[in-house]
Design a binder for this molecule. Sequence first.
Ligand SMILES: [Zn+2]
Length: 407
Amino acid sequence: MSLLITNIAELATPHGMVLRGAQAGALHIIHDAAVYVDGDTVCEVGARDAVEKKISGNPTVIDAAGKTVIPGLVDSHTHLVFAGSRETEFAMRCAGMNYQTIAAAGGGILSSVSATRAASVDELKSAAKHYLALALAHGTTTMEIKSGYGLDTETELKILDVIQSLSAEQPVELVPTFLGAHAIPQGKTSEAYVKELLEMLPHVKGKAQFIDAFVEENYFSHSETETLCRAAIHHGLKPRLHVNQLTANDGVRLGLKLGAASVDHLEKITDDEIRLLANSDCTATLLPAVSFFLNYGYPPARALIDAGAIVAIASNFNPGSAMTLNMQLVMSIACTQMRLTPAEALVTATLNPAYSLGVSEKIGGIEIGKQADLVIMDVQNHQMIPYFFGVNHVQTVIKKGTVVYSR
Ligand SMILES: [Zn+2]
């Protein structure tokens, strides 16, 4: 099976494995471009005439007249498998109620935990499948998904099994993360729960690639997180951590000490930690949709990029603080609220998150030899994507050389 996408008004893509600092917005842009795909791999990409001359055989042709082609979007931080929804809590918050009142009325993360525990595998799967189809329709072709709405062995493993079976049943490529350390379950001490998490690890082995923990006051301490991560590393999992979201808790330092692939959130990062991150290969994963939705301030994306840190943006899709799967909107918020350029928004939504997931050798860019994951956007150039906001510009999604969505 071969595919020729031609007559592309603008092809915009990052090159290489990761882009940082002054290179963070270094897109390669080709006007009147074409891409030739053989099987699941990009074989030629460049000016239309040059690419078309090199083609033999009879590829399926897609005419992208007047449109833009970008790499498939990579959403590297989501909590996509959960039951129920929390719009009532949202309405209470809109009406001015605080978190304590909402939690007392049965809202908050523990309400998602009870719904997820009560849900069958089929119920969880069908909800997750619906969300994945929406993400795909918005251009996301690779996604990290965390467990974490189980908080007991049975449900955490149920969620990881759901992720595993969804990998085979729909086109979005999934990277599973074990986030048993999302919160302390009701009625348990943190000591008892960490012990339980350590006992889960041998069962998690093979079902998740990463270990995550919510490092925060009243959640998981540095020493608990370190104990858990060290044991998880022993089982082949790599850390990526929720840090510095609500307090300046030195979580970046902890992440670097543990060799984390990514430290996520960073709303309360210090200047000192920005310097440390800039001198490391750990990705700073920022979640602007949460700051937008909870209206509590943004992480210092500009300072991180300017210092030379590796920055990625992600949706943080979850029922409490970020009920969106639209990475195009996340890019718009990153530009307007965190002062990224449209080019940086594209790099931080494709190549850099792929790097943080350890897959940028084949994912996150349109280059010869990389996997053919690309999106045809119904706009004239890549700057239009965050500029014309709140609208889905996706025309066609190609995953591993196959058209998996079009409208
Ligand atoms: Zn999260």
